[in-house]
Design a protein around this ligand. Structure first.
Ligand code: OOB
Length: 547
């Protein structure tokens, strides 16, 4: 396990321990504490829409022990990496904790990942097992698993939630838990080697939309802090009901505060098998959901659908939105339509989390991406030479802190450029800091179009396009152009019944005061924009199609 993980220098580790950021035992031990403390309270609600399955904290802890014993029987143990490729079902939670209990390391992939990503991540992590659902959203994961096993020799086991099928090489999780229950005979399961809370707990996937995904090693201590401090910031308590609408394997619904933060305070976690309004609205009404987290693309779908359907969202007190820039106009619709306060979350799997605070007021919550979670989060906003920009100017965000990694896992070469010699992570995000210390995201460092030597910021142009009444979504990309080098292509989704011409868009933008070089050269109208596995606009795919 040691190799590949980049630890904090001793000086920083000591500081974070002394300041109380890093404390307590490994994550799986905390589940034991929660089971003691919250015993009969409902920890988890899952199952298909018509047939909810509920687990108390005590039952969850027992189920985790059963599965952990079964996994140990297969020979899985401390330090083993296991690719977890499960959608939002109860087995995601039990397997996650069962692996942690053995000191094994889950590699948290997203349901929408397919062969290319899984093969890369399995290989990079040196995974010994691959966990899948039998089928999900019409896709038979067992077929994919067959391909992965053939391609990645380190994988010895395929663990299946549901029907393992005919292949004897596949192990059903239910059978495994039953065998584990018999083997442990009521005794709690512990890892044969003590699990070091300063060591790696989980491997997250980088969310960057360029290049192959990288692995992000998060330790027990830093991730526990991430979840618990986020829960405090969001005012979570035992009477909250947190809906996991996004894929549970993503950092946001997992630990910001997500399901881990909710468990820490004895709240109830509800798993939505899909984030669609039909499914989510029914769960919100039935379970009296109080808090959930969405990406902007989904927030838009929910707001639009709620406008038609008038769902009962009266229980919802907080809607967290993050993962990509939330358009201000959409942010302002959230409270009137869904009845919940909006909280912007500008976070990254690498660590740093920025939140607007519950007492910030709607104005700030709709217009900024918040400020760092921890007092020990250090941030710098710098120019191309790595010098701090003047107050209020836009620059690249650099950060280090008690829950921000010092390097990607097994990526020594990339780390030399992605991190500064003094340990700051270069986020690649362009931000400006307001006088009050809130961050406003202004784009990505590489998301500029070089139009004949002039730099066009994609984000800036997108914001102007979104202000047009006919346009509901916009993505600006570079298109190859012999004369200009790169030309500016706007790809847009229009509102129902709207139509638009490039000429009118240009006139409109000129009237808003945009420079001539900022105007789009090309306009493409599409029915929907391609999204990444978590639901961000997929610019790589757009460039492939229209670049
Ligand atoms: C979250 O994490 P990742 O790792 O999938 O993606 C991180 C990147 C950031 O570097 C930034 O480029 C973008 O996603 N991003 C935002 C944003 N939140 C993330 N850009 C603008 N506004 C925002 N609010 O996406 C993530 C992790 C934890 C909590 C929330 C989101």
């Amino acid at each position: 396990m040691g190799e590949g993980f980049v630890p904090w220098p001793a000086e920083f580790a000591d500081r974070y321990r002394e300041a109380g950021y890093w404390e307590g035992g490994p994550l799986a031990d905390r589940l034991r504490d929660w089971a003691q403390r919250y015993g009969a309270a409902t920890a988890l609600v899952g199952g298909p829409p018509g047939a909810p399955v509920r687990r108390s904290y005590a039952e969850l802890d027992e189920a985790v022990d059963d599965l952990a014993a079964g996994l140990a029987g297969l020979g899985l143990g401390a330090g083993d990496r296991v690719v977890l490729h499960l959608p939002n079902r109860i087995e995601f939670v039990t397997l996650l904790f069962a692996l942690l209990r053995l000191g094994a390391i889950p590699v948290l992939t997203l349901p929408a990942h397919r062969r290319v990503e899984i093969e890369h991540l399995a290989r990079l992590s040196g995974a010994v097992a691959y966990a899948i659902p039998d089928r999900h959203e019409g896709f038979d994961h067992r077929v994919l698993a067959g391909e992965i096993v053939a391609a990645v020799p380190s994988i010895r086991h395929v663990l299946v939630a549901g029907d393992a099928g005919a292949s004897t090489a596949f192990t059903g999780l239910a059978g495994l838990a039953a065998a584990g229950a018999a083997a442990r005979g009521g005794r709690p399961v512990t890892s044969p080697e003590p699990v070091d809370p300063a060591g790696v707990a989980v491997l997250l996937i980088s969310g960057g939309t360029t290049g192959k995904p990288k692995l992000i090693a998060r330790t027990h201590w830093d991730y526990a802090y991430n979840a618990a401090a986020s829960a405090r910031l969001c005012g979570l308590s035992g009477s909250d009901v947190y809906l996991v609408a996004l894929p549970a394997a993503h950092n946001f619904p997992l630990a910001c505060p997500g399901l881990l933060g909710a468990f820490g305070v004895g709240a109830t976690v509800v798993l939505a098998c899909a984030p669609s309004p039909e499914i989510a609205f029914e769960l919100i009404a039935r379970e009296r959901v109080t808090v959930t987290a969405l990406v902007p693309a989904l927030a838009r779908i929910w707001v639009t659908a709620a406008g038609w359907e008038g769902p009962d969202t009266t229980s919802l007190r907080l809607l967290q939105v993050g993962g990509a820039k939330l358009d201000e106009a959409l942010a302002r619709q959230i409270r009137p339509v869904l009845g919940a306060a909006v909280q912007q979350v500008f976070g990254m799997a690498e660590g740093l989390l920025n939140y607007t605070r519950l007492d910030d007021g709607d104005e700030l919550a709709c217009t900024s991406q918040g400020r760092p979670l921890a007092a020990a989060d250090e941030i710098r906003v710098v120019d191309e030479d790595g010098l701090d920009v003047p107050a209020g100017a836009t620059g690249e965000l650099w950060t280090r802190g008690p829950y921000t990694i010092r390097g990607y896992y097994r990526a020594a070469e990339h780390n030399a450029t992605a991190f500064t010699p003094d340990g700051y992570y270069r986020t690649g995000d362009l931000v400006r800091r307001t006088a009050e210390g809130n961050l406003v995201v202004e784009g990505r460092i590489k998301d500029v179009i070089n139009r004949s030597g002039e730099n066009v910021s994609a984000t800036e142009l997108e914001e102007h396009l979104l202000a047009h009444r006919a346009i509901v979504q916009a993505a600006v990309i570079a298109a190859a152009d012999e004369q200009l080098g790169e030309s500016v292509r706007a790809v847009v989704v229009l509102g129902a019944g709207e139509s638009i011409k490039l000429k009118n868009v240009k006139t409109y933008l000129r009237e808003r005061g945009l420079a001539r070089f900022m105007l789009p050269d090309l306009l493409t109208v599409v029915d929907e924009l391609p999204l990444t596995a978590i639901g961000k606009i997929d610019k790589r795919e757009l460039r492939r199609r229209f670049g």
